[in-house]
Design a protein around this ligand. Structure first.
Ligand code: DQA
Length: 143
């Protein structure tokens, strides 16, 4: 099974960025753990702070992988382009947020990703990515 993880702006700073909200683990270290935990999955990982690069990355993997775990970070709340891109590809997308966006500022309650996503995992910390992987594996087993 092939899965892509795509992270948006400022998620390259996980580990040091607002640790009270996002924790102290870097994504690189978490990603290593994830790859060890799921040896049967072929992972691809991409992070960018640039909206168009995220769209390019989604288009690039979107007709190839079995699923995408997308944390579009701040672009979640602003990007019509990323929302449209998800509608244009074949691969199902699970939207991930580390923090509980609904317990934060009002502008974080809106998502341009959710209407196009297969599902959403919000507020469970980095573990949200693992839960997303589990969900894709389970869906494949039962299909
Ligand atoms: C985030 C939540 C967004 O509101 C925020 O802009 C982020 C990270 C999360 O994972 O909790 O950068 O997507």
């Amino acid at each position: 099974m092939k899965l892509a993880i795509i992270n948006g702006p400022n998620l390259n700073l996980l580990g040091s960025r607002e640790p009270g909200i996002y924790g102290t683990q870097t994504f690189e270290s978490y990603y290593e753990e994830l790859q060890i935990a799921f040896p049967q999955v072929s992972f691809q990982y991409f992070q960018s702070n640039i909206e168009g690069e995220i769209i390019d990355a989604i288009q690039k993997v979107g007709f190839d992988v079995d699923g995408i775990l997308l944390n579009a970070a701040a672009y979640t709340h602003t990007s019509v382009g990323i929302g449209d891109c998800i509608k244009a590809i074949d691969a199902p997308v699970i939207e991930i947020h580390i923090s509980n966006t609904f317990a934060r500022e009002d502008f974080r309650h809106t998502s341009f990703i959710t209407p196009a996503a297969k599902g959403v995992i919000v507020g469970l910390g980095m573990d949200g990515y693992r839960l997303g992987v589990e969900s894709f594996i389970q869906q494949k087993k039962s299909s």
